[in-house]
Design a protein around this ligand. Sequence first.
Ligand code: NAP
Length: 255
Amino acid sequence: MASRTTRTARTARTTVVTGGSRGIGAATCVRLAGEGHDLVLGYVRDAAAAEATAAAVRAAGARCVAVRVDTSVEADVERLFDTAESALGPVTGLVNNAGVTGPLGRLADATTEDLRRVVEVNLLGYLLCCRRAARDMAARGGGAIVNVSSAAATLGSPGDYVHYAATKAATDALTVGLSKELGPDGIRVNAVAPGIIETDMHATMGDPDRPAKAAATIPLGRAGRPSEIAGAVAWLLSADASYTTGTILRVAGGR
Ligand code: NAP
C-alpha cells in the first residue's frame, strides 16, 4: 500500500479519470492509486459505483474525489477540473475514458438521438477535457493525457456501431494532432485502443454475452480484463513513457 509519505517523496501527481466509476475507468483509478497518483474520478449517474471505486482508491493510499459530471457539457468539464485543482492541486494527468455506444445495430436503424449522444460524449467530451487539460498543463509546463480509444477505430465495427467506431477514429486523430501541438509544451498525448473488454458496456448496448461470444475471433482466445487496459494507461502516464507521445497503443488480444 502506497503511503502518503511515499507519494509526497516523489513528484505529486493528480490525475483526472473520466468515467472512473466502473469498468476500465475504475480499474485505471485503482491501478494509478497504487502508483502514487491522487485521483479525481468523474461519473455521470452511478454514485454508488463511484463511491465504491473511490473507497478502493483510498484503500490503496491515494486521495480521491468523485465528481458527478456529464463530459459532453462544457460547464461540467470546467467544474471537474476546478474541483480537481481546489481539492487536490494542479492536474498533471488526464485519462479521457467516459464513453457510450448506444444500442448495437446497423447505422440504418440508429436513431438521431443515439448518434448525437455518441458523438457528444465520445468526441465533444474528449475535446472539452483535452482543451482544459491543455490550457492548465501548458501554463504549468507539462503533463500527460491518455485518450481511451478502441480497436473499433480501425475495424469499423460493421453491423454493431459504425458511428461509435467513427468517434474512436476521431480520437486517434485527436491524439496524433494534439501530441504534435503540445509536445513543445512538455505535454505527452497518447491513446490506448482496447479490444473487447469485460465491462458493463456490452450489457448496456444490448448483449451481455458479447465478450464470451467474441472469444473465438480473438487470437489470444478471450476477451480482455479492465486491469489489462489499466496497465497500459498507467505505463503511458509513467516516467517510463517519457519519450512516448502520439502513440495509439492497441491492447486487443491480437485483434
Ligand atoms: P462502462 O463500463 O460502460 O463504463 C462507462 C463509464 O463512463 C462509467 O463510469 C460511466 O459513468 C461513464 N460515463 C458514461 N457517459 C458519461 C458522460 N456523459 N459523462 C461522464 N461519464 C460518463 O464502459 P467501459 O467498457 O469501461 O468503457 C470505457 C472506455 O473504454 C470507453 O471510452 C469505451 O468506448 C472504451 N472501450 C471499451 C471497450 C469494451 O469492450 N468495454 C472496448 C474498447 C474501448 P456511470 O457509472 O455514472 O454511468
